[in-house]
Design a protein around this ligand. Structure first.
Ligand SMILES: [Zn+2]
Length: 354
């Protein structure tokens, strides 16, 4: 069973004129999901506000106190990119709370898969700081909720074109949460080097693949097949969370990648297969970035298709490029993990994966 979150509350986080992180994004995704008959393919999960306890698992008390003082009912900026409007407080708390509820429902068995069209996004929000359009780290709140509900191991795959520095920060030294990110590198926010592999207690539980600008579907799938899927198979998550940003889309105005709808579909299907192998199918996708309306709406429709397919056929292993910067980027990640004493296995031979 798929549970999904779609709600007007997320449209009331109103952007200053010309800001790319605008309500039209969520409207475009909603329209695409409605056109894909989402109501017949799952059940709507009501939004709810994150509790103080849920937020405090991943954010500093002083930061939460500051937001509660400044944001409700007001208009302003938390940093050069991160605005708030009178509707922001309710939207941000609903984004984190709804993500958390989907995770709780998945661990309880009330639903198997989830999809949440939330704003503001979350993955740049650190323990103690808003940045990059993000206030609360929604996916981190969800991962922490799943852990508190009894999940032993939670994986977060972040394919937003920007590195999820906030999610990495929050789980840096936590071996129970595997954070994997593929992103344009170097690029905003500057983190996400292949040598960033986790803290002393969690070495190997952070996996970064920083691809050069211009990377294609095949380049992303090579990162999945040679790095992420083997790392996920070794970790054996009880829940797969996806920071589903769509700003790696070929026409996105904020970045320089060349991913298509088919690329997002192929990535989502690989994660669905991981969830089916290890997590009894439990997989939840949360909207992060994506600023071209066709990219974000078509991309999320492909995620819906992957989440609701009756099964996913095994995909052929994408080849590692024989030379060039994409090969270099993938090998840099593999070398960093091998050098730290926890090598990532090579993908299985064709047909060998169960
Ligand atoms: Zn982004």
């Amino acid at each position: 069973m798929l549970g999904y979150v779609l709600d007007e509350v997320f449209l009331h986080h109103r952007a200053p004129s010309g800001h790319p992180e605008r309500p039209a994004r969520a409207e475009a995704v909603r329209d695409a999901l409605v056109a894909a008959h989402i109501a017949e393919r799952g059940r709507q999960v009501p939004v709810r506000a994150a509790t103080d306890e849920e937020l405090a698992r991943v954010h500093d008390g002083a930061y939460l106190d500051e937001l509660a003082k400044v944001v409700p009912g007001n208009t302003g900026w938390l940093d050069a990119d991160t605005y708030y409007s009178p509707g922001t407080w309710d939207a941000a708390r609903a984004a984190a709370g709804s993500a958390s509820q989907l995770a709780i429902d998945a661990i309880d068995g009330a639903l198997q898969r989830g999809l949440a069209v939330v704003r503001p996004p979350g993955h740049h929000a650190t323990r103690e700081r808003a940045m990059g359009f993000c206030l609360f780290n929604n996916v981190a709140v969800a991962a922490a909720a799943a852990r508190a509900r009894g999940a032993g191991r939670v994986a977060i795959l972040d394919w937003d074109v920007h590195h999820g520095n906030g999610t990495q920060d929050i789980f840096w030294d936590d071996p129970s949460v595997l954070y994997l990110s593929v992103h344009q590198f170097p690029y905003y926010p500057g983190t996400g080097a292949p040598t960033e592999i986790g803290g002393a207690n969690a070495s190997g539980a952070t996996v970064n693949v920083g691809l050069p600008g211009g990377a294609t579907d095949q380049d992303y799938l090579a990162a999945f097949d040679h790095v992420f899927v083997p790392a996920l198979d070794a970790f054996r998550p009880d829940l797969v969370l996806v920071s589903a940003g769509f700003d790696a889309f070929v026409h996105d105005p904020l970045a320089g990648m060349r991913v298509t709808h088919a690329g997002f579909a192929a990535m989502a299907r690989r994660l669905r297969a991981v969830a089916d192998r290890h997590a009894e199918g439990r997989m939840i996708a949360l909207l992060e970035g994506g600023y071209d309306l066709d990219g974000v709406s078509g991309g999320m429709a492909e995620v819906l298709a992957a989440l609701t397919a009756t099964g996913v056929a095994p995909a052929p292993i994408a080849p590692l490029p024989v030379d060039g910067p994409v090969r270099g980027a993938i090998l840099a990640t593999l070398h960093a993990h091998a050098a730290a004493g926890h090598p990532i296995a090579a993908p299985p031979a064709e047909g060998a994966r169960p």
